[in-house]
Design a protein around this ligand. Structure first.
Ligand code: FES
Length: 120
């Protein structure tokens, strides 16, 4: 459905842990569309949302980029090693399942500070 108007240098990124080869100068949303990933997020009711305007007006391209949520994918250029996470029902379910299982083997868990020490 989508095709590039120009080929640039390949830039590796990951989308939901899947390797995607973007091109230098691509926005995150354009790289995802070119890779066949059309859904960026789902609404609370479960309706899928895909990049629409590609110019920062509709906010249908919100994704998590390198751990920072609610970034407009159409307004951020790809960078090598960038990690993009969508906010779809399936991804949310997977995250919830992973959280309920507890930390994976070898995963570090940050210790919480006691509230009284944090307050004063
Ligand atoms: S596609 Fe509309 S704001 Fe990004």
């Amino acid at each position: 459905m989508f095709r590039r108007l120009h080929e640039g240098v390949a830039v590796p990124i990951t989308v939901d842990g899947r390797s995607v080869e973007a091109r230098e100068g691509d926005s995150v949303a354009a790289a995802m569309l070119a890779a066949g990933i059309t859904i960026c997020r789902t609404t609370v009711q479960g309706a899928p949302r895909a990049p629409y305007c590609m110019m920062g007006a509709c906010f249908d391209c919100l994704v998590t980029i390198d751990g920072v949520g609610n970034r407009q994918g159409c307004m951020v250029k790809v960078a090598s090693g960038m990690r993009v996470d969508r906010d779809t029902r399936r991804v949310r379910r997977r995250r919830r399942r992973r959280r309920s299982r507890g930390p994976r083997r070898g995963e570090r868990v940050r210790a919480l500070r006691p509230l009284d020490r944090a307050a004063g």
